[in-house]
Ligand binder design. Structure first.
Ligand SMILES: Cc1ncc(C[n+]2csc(CCOP(=O)(O)OP(=O)(O)O)c2C)c(N)n1
Ligand SMILES: [Mg+2]
Length: 592
C-alpha cells in the first residue's frame, strides 16, 4: 500500500469532498472518467475541491477506455489510479476492461454513482433507469471487493478497505459505488478522518522453512532444472532475483510474458522453445504461473484439436510458487486447469526468490556441482543460438516482402529506438517481438491483456505512458488493427492530455486469429477453406489509420506499404513523441 499522507484537518464541505480527500491521501495521480450525472458530486469535488490536480481527471470517450487506461497505468506503476464510471450504463461499458484487470491481477479503483437510493429524492425516469439493486452485482464476480457506503461517515473505512484489498497481492480491481445522496450531502460537522498510518499494508507472504529446504534440495539434485515464470516480473526484487537464480544454476527460463521476467538476450532465455526444453526437464520451478498446463504442453490445434499434448516427462518434479490460489472466484474459470505439483508454496516470489538465492549461495554442495552446471549452460546455449539464428534467418528472408513482414517491422523499430530507453506497452497478437526486441530491464515489456478482451492495447498503453511520464522512458505500442478498432477514440484522450506514445498499427486488415480458427473448422468439416476470410477480413473499405489519427488531431502517417519507407517514417514519429506528443504509424503488414 502506498504511503498515505496524513490529513490533519479535512476541509470537506460536501460528501464527495471526503472521497477526494481519500484519493489525495493515497496519492492517486489520475482519475479516468467519462462524465455522468450519477457522480456529478464527485466530479465537482475533483475539479473544485481537489483543484483537478493529484488526482487529475483524464477524460475518456468510453468507460472501457477509462478502465483499460487505469489498468495499463497499474501495470507500469505497480499501484492504482482511479476510474469513475456512470451508474449501470457506464459500469456495463467498463465491465470488460474490469475483467481484463481482474484476470491480470492488477488494481484499479473503479468508482461509480447510483441512486439516490432514497426514492423520494429521485428525478423522474433517469434516476430510476440508472439505479440497480445492488449495482456492484454486475461486476462482483471479477472484482476483489465492492461496496456502497450508506453514509458519508462510512466513506473513509470503505475506501481504505478497498484500497488495501486492491493493492495487496494477489491484487485486483475494486468497485466502490457512491449513492448520489451521499455524494451531494452537505456536511454539518467534521467527518472523523482516520489516521491512515493505522492501516498499513500487510507484510508479504513468505514460505515456511520446509519450502526452502525441499526447494534447495531438489534444485541441487536435479540434472536439468527449468524455470517457468509468468508474473514474477511485477516486482523488481523478483525480477532481479530470478535473473540471478537462473545464472547460478544454469537453469533456462521460459518466460510466459504475463510480465517481463527475464532479459531477452540472455542465453538462458529459451522462451518459446518449450518443445525442446520441457521434455528434457527433470524439475520445473514454476513461479507465478497460473496456466501451467499451457506452459508445459504442446498445442496442436490442427483439425480442430483442442487437447494439448503434455511435454513434461512423468517423473519430472514440479515446484509451484504462487499466490494465485488466494484469489479465486467460481464464476469465470480464469484459474486455469488444476495444477500438478510435488511441492506447492504459497508465497510472494519477490521475497521468496531473494531468500532462496541467499540460502543457495551459502550451500557447499553448489560448488561441487560447478562442472555439471557449466556443462548444462553450454547445452542450453546451443538451443538459444538456434533460436536466434532462426529469427535472424526469417528477418533476412522476408526483408523485402510485401506486405511488410513482422520481423522487418521489429528490426526497423529496434533500429529507430536504439538510442531510446524504451518500454513496450502492448504487443502484437503473436508476440514474436518479445523474442526479438532486446529488452533487458525490469518492466521493459508490459505485455498484453491477460483476460483476452480486445480493445485493451491503446488505452492500456496510454495509461502506462501516463504512469511513466517524466521518467525518460520512451513508450511504444505495437498495436494490432482489430484490437485498435474497439477503442480507437482513445486517440482523442492521447492528444488532449498530450500523452507521448508511439503507436505502430499492424494493419493486416483482418481479425486474423479467427481466420486460423475458421480454416481449422473448414478442414474438419471438409468445407471450402477459402471462405475462411468471410466475416473476418477488415477490408473493403480498408481503414486508413493514419488519416483517422489526424482527425483526432494526432500526428499520423501511413498506411506504409513499401518496406523501404518504414524506417524514415518511424524516425519522424519518434521525433514527434520525443516532443511530448502521440504519433501513429499505420503499417500494412503480413498476417503473422
Ligand atoms: C472483446 C473481444 N471480442 C472478440 C474477441 C475474439 N478475438 C480474439 S482474437 C481476435 C482477432 C484479433 O484481431 P487483431 O487485433 O487485428 O489481431 P490479429 O489476429 O489480426 O493479429 C478476435 C476477434 C476477443 N478476444 N475479445
Ligand atoms: Mg488484425
Amino acid at each position: 500500500m502506498a504511503k498515505a499522507q496524513k490529513i490533519e484537518k479535512p476541509r470537506a464541505e460536501w460528501g464527495s469532498d471526503v472521497v477526494v480527500d481519500l484519493l489525495k491521501a493515497f496519492e492517486i495521480e489520475y482519475v479516468a472518467i467519462n462524465p455522468g450525472a450519477t457522480f456529478r458530486g464527485l466530479h465537482d469535488s475533483l475539479v473544485n475541491y481537489g483543484g483537478n490536480h493529484a488526482p487529475e481527471i483524464i477524460l475518456c470517450t468510453h468507460e472501457e477506455i477509462a478502465v483499460a487506461l487505469a489498468h495499463g497505468y497499474a501495470r507500469a506503476k505497480g499501484k492504482p489510479m482511479g476510474a469513475a464510471v456512470h451508474n449501470v450504463v457506464g459500469l456495463q461499458h467498463a465491465s470488460m476492461a474490469i475483467y481484463n484487470a481482474w484476470a491480470d491481477r492488477l488494481p484499479v479503483i473503479v468508482m461509480g454513482g447510483t441512486g439516490p437510493m432514497d426514492t423520494a429524492n429521485r428525478r423522474p425516469w433517469i434516476d430510476w433507469v440508472h439505479t440497480a439493486l445492488v449495482q456492484g452485482n454486475l461486476v462482483r464476480d471479477f472484482v476483489k471487493w465492492d461496496d456502497q457506503p450508506a453514509s458519508v461517515e462510512a466513506v473513509p473505512d470503505s475506501f481504505i478497505r478497498a484500497y488495501r484489498l486492491a493493492t495487496t497481492d494477489p491484487m485486483g480491481p475494486v468497485y466502490i459505488c457512491y449513492d448520489g445522496d451521499v455524494q451531494e450531502k452537505q456536511l454539518d460537522g467534521e467527518i472523523t478522518f482516520p489516521s491512515l498510518d493505522r492501516y498499513p499494508a500487510p507484510l508479504p507472504l513468505q514460505a515456511p522453512e520446509e519450502g526452502f529446504e525441499k526447494t534447495i534440495r531438489w534444485l541441487l539434485e536435479a540434472k536439468k532444472p527449468v524455470i517457468i515464470a509468468d508474473t514474477v516480473g511485477r516486482k523488481e526484487a523478483g525480477f532481479k532475483a530470478l535473473g540471478e537464480l537462473a545464472e547460478l544454476l544454469a537453469a533456462p527460463v521460459l518466460d510466459q510474458f504475463g510480465r517481463f521476467n527475464f532479459p531477452v538476450q540472455n542465453p538462458l532465455n529459451l522462451s518459446g522453445q518449450n518443445d525442446k526444453v520441457i521434455p528434457r526437464a527433470d524439475l520445473i520451478l514454476a513461479l507465478d504461473v497460473p496456466d501451467l498446463e499451457g506452459a508445459t504442453a504442446k498445442r496442436a490445434q490442427e483439425r480442430g484439436n483442442r487437447r494439448a499434448t503434455p511435454l513434461l516427462p512423468s517423473n519430472a518434479k514440479i515446484i509451484n510458487v504462487a499466490l494465485d490460489d488466494l484469489l479465486l472466484r467460481a464464476w469465470a474459470t480464469d484459474f486455469n486447469k488444476l495444477r500438478e505439483a510435488d511441492l506447492m508454496i504459497t508465497a510472494d516470489t519477490s521475497i521468496f526468490l531473494p531468500e532462496l538465492l541467499r540460502r543457495l549461495k551459502a550451500e557447499k554442495r553448489l560448488s561441487q556441482l560447478s562442472g555439471e552446471i557449466e556443462k548444462r549452460r553450454e547445452d542450453w546455449g546451443k538451443i538459444y543460438a538456434e533460436k536466434r539464428a532462426a529469427l535472424e534467418k526469417e528477418t533476412k528472408t522476408k526483408w523485402d516482402e510485401k506486405p511488410i513482414a513482422m520481423t522487418r517491422l521489429y528490426a526497423e523499430l529496434k533500429e529507430a529506438l536504439k538510442s531510446e530507453d524504451w518500454v513496450l506497452t502492448n504487443g502484437s497478437s503473436q508476440g514474436k517481438e518479445n523474442h526479438y526486441l532486446p529488452a533487458s530491464k525490469f518492466n521493459q515489456i508490459l505485455g498484453k491483456y491477460k483476460g483476452g478482451g480486445l480493445g485493451y492495447g491503446l488505452p492500456a498503453s496510454l495509461g502506462a505512458t501516463l504512469a511513466l511520464k517524466g521518467s525518460g522512458k520512451f513508450c511504444l505500442d505495437i498495436q494490432p488493427d482489430g484490437c485498435l478498432l474497439f477503442t480507437v477514440s482513445a486517440l482523442w484522450t492521447a492528444v488532449h492530455h498530450q500523452i507521448p506514445l508511439l503507436i505502430v498499427v499492424c494493419s493486416n486488415r483482418s481479425y486474423f486469429n479467427d481466420e486460423e480458427h475458421q480454416e481449422r473448422i473448414a478442414v474438419v468439416r471438409n468445407r471450402p477453406v477459402e471462405n475462411k476470410t468471410v466475416g473476418i477480413r477488415i477490408e473493403d473499405p480498408n481503414v486508413d489509420f493514419g488519416a483517422m489519427a489526424r482527425t483526432y488531431g494526432c500526428w499520423g502517417a501511413g498506411p506504409i506499404a513499401e518496406p523501404k519507407d518504414l524506417i524514415k517514417t518511424l524516425r519522424e514519429a519518434v521525433k514527434v513523441v520525443k516532443d511530448g506528443k502521440p504519433a501513429l504509424v499505420d503499417v500494412v503488414c503480413q498476417m503473422r
